[in-house]
Design a protein around this ligand. Structure first.
Ligand code: PLP
Length: 415
């Protein structure tokens, strides 16, 4: 019997034992745990006043751009000047959705016509990436083209070539810091090249979804170059749409979301928004300002999140290393921030690993979700979302997952 056969047989026995345990564990979505939400418990009693700093009665209609004080608080954190930042409702994903709808239905600064009047719209999608970005493109009939991620962000040689030749290429999705799902932070040169590159489309936009801008898990904080400033410096001021939110800072269902851009883009966005709303939930914005207070208040709050989340990231890395390290059966990322870990299994194995885990009561994000159209051509990448389960459940789930990887990968190698 070869060593590989022995490994497969052992994995099969471990898998049978795993199934017999009848687990019911869920690692599917990147949600904060109840303990993380408890960190913001005090918010429910706020705000203590309905008056903003300038005397605005936050209970009433108005102030489409959002309260100045919340924009000032998040300006530096999102690298957007407060005057060019808009504070809205609870979801940045909703803002991304609306930005696409607005781009389809009204002419963008620099555009010759509405996107709806173009023959075809193409977005570049660095992979692995965030499934809801891809779902938005599918919803609106936007063609998606994959771009491989590197340790420094999207492969810029590929990006530059695609945007230079083809005016149908109108956008790129970017999660530039502690990316979903790889945890990669874009290098300075990547950001510079994104800002500087020549695009065939005059209305090309970078959808800069900085969802994890301040979600450090260790004392080593990743630094991100300032895309908006660089775009202006290279004469492409209107190129960047910046998004962010406090969904994973305060309360995921009741945070504050932000849109930022050049003055022309912000005026365009506000013009569209004025048909949709008379003003955002300013009481919630005031509540956030009272609770978080200032940049130091935000940093202290994020450290409390890290204290809860980091042991989970450490546990995943520890178990993967113990069970799969040196086997050549898997590789994974070890991010120092964000919400996800990306696990790579041998080509052609990811779907089967997820199916085997499901049969053993461990729910994972569907294989392929990290790629446009739900199709990972190499069938290799699995997204791990460690934040929601408690530590014990997480350890059990990841240990179970490694059994599935060992079984599927050895079977594949033997076939
Ligand atoms: N963007 C990324 C990259 C995410 O991972 C998520 C949530 O997982 C979101 C946006 C959702 O943001 P929001 O809650 O502000 O809609």
């Amino acid at each position: 019997m070869t060593e590989l056969t022995a490994q497969r047989d052992l994995a099969a026995r471990d898998y049978d034992a795993l199934v017999r345990r009848g687990l019911k564990l869920d690692l599917t979505r990147g949600k904060p745990s109840p303990h993380q939400l408890d960190l913001s418990a005090r918010m429910t009693a706020l705000p203590s006043t309905h008056l903003a700093a300038d005397g605005t009665d936050c209970r009433n209609y108005g102030n489409l751009q959002g309260l100045a004080e919340i924009r000032e608080l998040f300006a530096d954190l999102l690298q957007v000047p407060a005057a060019q930042l808009l504070a809205g409702g609870n979801s940045s994903l909703a803002m991304m959705h609306d930005t696409i709808v607005f781009s389809l239905l009204s002419v963008l600064p620099g555009a010759a016509r509405r996107w709806a009047d173009e023959q075809e719209i193409v977005f570049l999608c660095p992979v692995p990436g965030y499934d809801r970005h891809f779902a938005l493109c599918e919803r609106f009939g936007i063609t998606m083209v994959q771009v491989p991620m590197t340790a420094e962000g999207p492969d810029m040689d590929v990006v530059e070539r695609l945007v230079a030749d083809d005016p149908r290429v109108k956008g790129i999705w970017c999660v530039p810091k502690y990316s979903n799902p790889s945890g990669v932070t874009y290098g300075d040169e990547t950001v510079r090249r994104l800002a500087a590159m020549t695009t065939a489309a005059p209305d090309f936009r970078i959808f800069w979804d900085n969802a994890y801008a301040i979600h450090h898990l260790t004392d080593e904080h990743a630094e991100l170059a300032d895309l908006l400033a660089l775009c202006a410096e290279y004469g492409n001021a209107d190129r960047a749409f910046v998004f962010g939110s406090t969904s994973k800072v305060t309360l995921a269902g009741s945070g504050v979301a932000f849109f930022g851009g050049s003055p022309a883009n912000v005026a365009w966005y506000l013009g569209n928004l004025s048909k949709q709303s008379i003003g955002p939930d300013k009481m919630n914005q005031l509540r956030h300002v009272e609770f978080l207070r200032d940049a130091e208040g935000v940093a202290a709050h994020m450290r409390r999140h890290a204290e809860l989340v980091w042991p989970k990231f450490e546990a995943v890395d520890r178990i993967l290393t113990k069970e799969l390290g040196g086997t050549g059966l898997a590789g994974w990322t070890a991010p120092s921030g964000g919400y996800f870990i990306s696990l790579d299994v041998p080509e052609g194995c990811a779907k089967e690993v997820v199916a085997k885990a499901k049969a053993a009561g461990i729910a994972l994000t569907p294989a392929g979700a990290t790629h446009p159209y739900g199709d990972d051509p190499a069938d290799r990448t699995i997204r791990i979302a460690p934040t929601y389960p408690d530590l014990e459940e997480l350890e059990e789930a990841i240990t179970g997952l490694t059994v599935c990887v060992r079984l599927v990968a050895t079977e594949k190698l033997l076939s």
